[in-house]
Design a protein around this ligand. Sequence first.
Ligand SMILES: Nc1ncnc2c1ncn2[C@@H]1O[C@H](COP(=O)(O)OP(=O)(O)OP(=O)(O)O)[C@@H](O)[C@H]1O
Ligand SMILES: [Mg+2]
Length: 244
Amino acid sequence: MIPPGQPLDSSTDRLNSRLAALSNHLEVAREEERERIARDIHDVLGGHLVAIKIETALLAARLDGDPAQLRKRVRGIERLLDDAIATVSRVTRELRPGILKDFGLGAAIECQAEDFTQRTGIACRIVCADHDIQLARDAEVALFRTFQEALTNVCKHACASRVEVRLTEEGDDVLLEVRDDGKGFDPADMDKPRSFGLRGMRERLAAFGGRLEIDSMRPGGTRLLLAVPLYDERIRHDSGEQDR
Ligand SMILES: Nc1ncnc2c1ncn2[C@@H]1O[C@H](COP(=O)(O)OP(=O)(O)OP(=O)(O)O)[C@@H](O)[C@H]1O
Ligand SMILES: [Mg+2]
């Protein structure tokens, strides 16, 4: 409630910054949950699949004298297991971009782009001017998650054959440009009631004082610019330690 006599604006500002802090806190909780799920998938499911694959390979080695049909089936099982192991490893990487923690944003973006090309057949060129970009951990995760959604949109909607990704530092901002050569879209498409991707990207970046710029031509493709400030004293102060 707004105390009597207090100007409306300062109350709204305070409310907004508390909301930003809460949303930030939820985001951190969600990332922790993802890490836990990724650990379970990787350690339990991944481990079992590798064990079954080894057992199957041993079984296949003993089938020398058996009918060709049987051997063909076992080889089929091995191929399915290879697919399942690769999927577990990809899902784990997506859920918990450990590479982000260990090797930084540039490496995580390159790795994600390679996965994307392998899965979709869409070529992805990365220009990463600086591998030493130092963002706050939460801001880095936010930028990486919005990048994942940008690639998902290319694969879902764009009918593109190429994507170009550029990671640069410009003034006080880290910029990530994602450009595809697909069919582009209408500005009205951004407000589809059941579409949350672009909205979510905007909110994630805004929580760190960042912004999303969308430039789409029909035809001609789409260019997204994801920007996050290198240092955001305002957000750190508003949503930081005092609220936790
Ligand atoms: N790279 C792109 N190329 C072509 N169209 C796009 C592209 N990105 C987004 N769009 C259009 O913008 C719309 C909104 O995208 P948005 O990511 O918000 O939602 P969505 O992908 O439809 O659903 P979701 O909530 O699962 O993300 C899409 O439905 C699509 O029409
Ligand atoms: Mg989407």
